[in-house]
Design a binder for this molecule. Sequence first.
Ligand SMILES: C[S@@+](CC[C@H](N)C(=O)[O-])C[C@H]1O[C@@H](n2cnc3c(N)ncnc32)[C@H](O)[C@@H]1O
Length: 380
Amino acid sequence: MTYSIFAFGRMIDDRERTESYVKALQASVRPGSVVVDIGAGTGVFSLVACQLGARKVVVIEPNEAIQVARESVNANGFSDQVEFVQDLSTVYASVEKADVVVADIRGVLPMHQTSINSMIDARERLLKPKGTLIPGHDSLWATLVQHESIHKQHISPWHWEPLGLNLKAGRPYACNHMRKEQFQPKQLVVEAQCWAELDYRTIVEANIKGSISWTLSENIQTHGIAAWFDTELLPGIGYSNAPQTGRELYGTMYFPFDEVINAQKGQRIQVSIQAKPVNHDYVWIWEAAVFSEDGTRIQRVKQSSLFSSSIHAQRIQKVQDQQVTALSPEGLLALDILEQMRSGLTILNIGRAVYKAYPDRFNDEEDAVHFVAGYALKYT
Ligand SMILES: C[S@@+](CC[C@H](N)C(=O)[O-])C[C@H]1O[C@@H](n2cnc3c(N)ncnc32)[C@H](O)[C@@H]1O
């Protein structure tokens, strides 16, 4: 996901998050330290590290927001201390290992794109053996939610009868579509439990799963699972994203059930959640099962983000290790442009040539030249 400047501003404005990170940096950065800021965004943690006297700060961020970091580093007179890497940390070859690696590369939950593998890679390749990793530890929490209107938003468009059309094809996709939500405490119908712990100082596996269960003390109705994380950046320094705190930045992940669960007092509900890394992202699988007092399973829902989009499934198929690839027309155009760049032609000449070769692809010659200029920005 590429964040907008507005989103980066909101991250800084989340006082509890920013102040906790600043406290963790104050507790770990010493004059002369080497600091690596992974997913630096607009560079706020890097600037704090410079202010604390770091000798060298490596700002790593693939997003264009790194330009804001460059300007802020200049504006604050820290240019001599800072190195910029506009790329992913996993491709950065460090010259000097860091005393401190700081990162907030999570999404709504810590398993987000390549986040866990990036943290493992950072600890193993970029950090000194006794260096400090911020965050140190995340705890993942979940509970069951009762929220009729959110459930209806998932289901009802696909059963809308006034149109007289069968729209049911959309329902399985919608029911497997997890998303960020905000919940009120009264919508959480059982006590939250921790379903996984991520200790970044020791974690070696990016595939995360956990199970929790509740024996009900009253009848409940539930439409899905709500999940969030709490973090310990360093011992004693951290923050919670629990819905009860009212903090909105990370939000709460809603995993919908495709059937409403009505369970009775004395019955047990077991929930399992798995985040499986697949091709630079995560596929999520969630399951809930209701058991009677004698242990008989009486209801079960099992769903996956894999089924929320046919495109997702096709993408996964495309990038299987053994897949023989064939370039699409767009791929052939890209190859053509890059080859012409390698042979030393100007953007204008390449633009003219590709317009001639692919007249239906562009509105006019100017459009083709702009397109080639985009390649020059990205690849030269
Ligand atoms: C939540 S933002 C945090 C921005 C900034 N640290 C802040 O607190 O304002 C996460 C950023 O991490 C970047 N990112 C994610 N994984 C990364 C990686 N492995 N290496 C470098 N940047 C990464 C994303 O591009 C995104 O801009």
